[in-house]
Design a protein around this ligand. Structure first.
Ligand code: UD1
Length: 437
């Protein structure tokens, strides 16, 4: 029977049906350490395609997506060692690259689109299956393509694949209509080995973009304007680039997850390695809800009131409130005193988890890209499903505030982006356990 189960889950392409069980929890207390950012480390790994040498990336979160990215990069020709005990990934690039990213790997992870810029600029061509990732609506890549075309690339599309060609990319002046994270990253990496100077105006300036710029600079790239909306990249020669060491920036979304967990239990915790300077606006909104924050030398002290207050929130590109925080924020507001309006400005379809919160007794109505959240005094536990990484974390947070037991399935989504969420929460007093079937 065991074999039958294994075969069927392999056919479905996912791990056996693990679940997380959460019970109403007393106020959380203690210390939690925030790991490195998923949305940075995956891009750093992809950027190591660009130079021959050894790369040592530290503060790497122990998450499934790192393993998937490693498999993709190994298929392209890199040697990768993941030292989970020390949170270090070592990558050896010997320049023996096959610039093909196959469907089986690409469809599992959105960040696979980040091999496009590095492979095109380095190898002059790339064949890439169109990327997958989180299930929250259509995620076009037209800005990536238009920018690379302006730098001299040509494209062919067919059978779910894109092929890109460029004997030698050249610099260009590019202005984005919208500061896309992924498009900024692809054009930035492509520009590093292009002929001449590239400017990217209205560039994204998330902390993870700054992290990528610093990684590229350590590798030998010439980039100005890091952390501003105008990035200027002066192309260098292949032999100017080399391996490097780099520490991944802490994950602001994981930090917010522990803050949200503390918030709904009325707790008091220290979130070590959190970077309040990367979370200014979201912390301001949490303060509006009644939370108190105090910076620590390496993190943030967090205190929550007995009951949160309602506030209005809109997602925007950085330094605005990231869309990835939103499921956590809606969960906090679901148990706050009063009525809140939450507006999604990045991914219109990203409200799917609301139905799951409603199953727990939350009073939330959505209309277009708005959600009206009427706070209720308490939620009640029920079986719910996690449809993407952040929605899964939000279910866990909701479970802490719900009477009775909340059983969360779809745990494989949470594993993509959270490094031991259950262990970290349980260490600060959450009533939570994980069952691996
Ligand atoms: C990244 C993050 C994701 C986060 C998002 C916004 C990774 C792996 N994912 O995604 O967790 O939610 O930033 O902070 O880092 N768009 C276009 N055309 C394009 C590119 C984007 O229309 O060519 C649109 C998208 O559909 C979306 C918006 O721009 O509506 C934001 O996308 P973008 O900033 O590119 O996000 P990602 O890089 O995909």
């Amino acid at each position: 029977m065991g074999n039958v189960t294994d075969a069927s889950s392999a056919l479905e392409g996912r791990a056996p049906a693990s679940y997380i069980e959460v019970q109403h929890s007393a106020p959380l207390a203690g210390e939690v350490v925030v790991p490195g950012a998923k949305n940075s480390v995956l891009k750093l790994m992809a950027a190591s395609l660009m130079a021959d040498g050894i790369f040592e990336i530290s503060n790497v979160p122990d998450i499934v997506d790192v393993g998937i990215m490693a498999d993709l990069l190994r298929a392209i020709g890199l040697r990768i060692d993941i030292d989970r005990a020390h949170s270090v990934v070592t990558i050896e690039n010997r320049g023996e690259l096959t610039p093909v990213a196959p469907y089986e790997l690409v469809e599992r992870i959105r960040a696979s689109i980040n091999v496009l810029g590095p492979l095109l600029t380095r190898c002059g061509r790339v064949t890439l299956s169109m990327p997958g990732g989180d299930d929250f609506g259509s995620r076009p890549i037209d800005m990536h393509i238009a920018g690379l075309k302006a730098m001299g690339a040509t494209f062919k599309f067919g059978s779910g694949y894109l092929e890109a060609f460029a004997d030698q990319l050249h610099g260009a002046d590019i202005t984005f209509e919208f500061p896309s994270v992924g498009a900024t990253e692809n054009l930035l990496t492509a520009a590093v080995l292009a002929n001449g100077t590239t400017t990217i105006a209205n560039a994204a300036r998330e902390p993870e973009i700054i992290d990528l710029c610093e990684f590229l600079q350590a590798m030998g790239a010439e980039i100005e304007g890091v952390g501003t909306p105008i990035l200027t990249v002066t192309g260098v020669q292949q032999h100017d680039l080399h391996g490097c060491e780099h520490e991944t920036v802490p994950d602001r979304i994981q930090a917010a997850t522990y803050i949200a967990a503390c918030a709904v239990t009325g707790g008091s915790i220290d979130v070590l390695n959190a970077r309040p300077d990367h979370m200014k606006i979201v912390l301001a909104r949490f303060t509006d809800m009644g939370m108190k924050f105090e910076p620590l030398p390496y993190g943030l002290r967090v205190r929550a009131p007995e009951r949160l207050r309602a506030t209005d929130v809109a997602t925007l590109p950085y330094p605005g409130i990231a869309t990835d925080y939103k499921p956590l924020i809606i969960t906090m507001l679901a148990v706050a005193e009063g009525v809140s309006i939450v507006t999604e400005n990045l991914f219109p379809g990203r409200f799917r988890y609301v139905e799951e919160l409603q199953r727990l007794g939350a009073d939330i109505r959505t209309a277009g890209h708005h959600a009206v959240v009427r706070g209720v005094p308490r939620l009640s536990g029920a079986p719910v499903e996690s449809h993407d990484i952040r929605a899964g974390a939000a279910m866990v947070v909701a479970g802490l505030a719900a009477e009775g037991t909340t059983m969360i399935t779809g745990v494989h989504h949470i594993d993509r982006g959270y490094d031991n969420l259950v262990g970290r929460l349980s260490a600060i007093g959450a009533n939570i356990s994980r069952v691996d079937v």
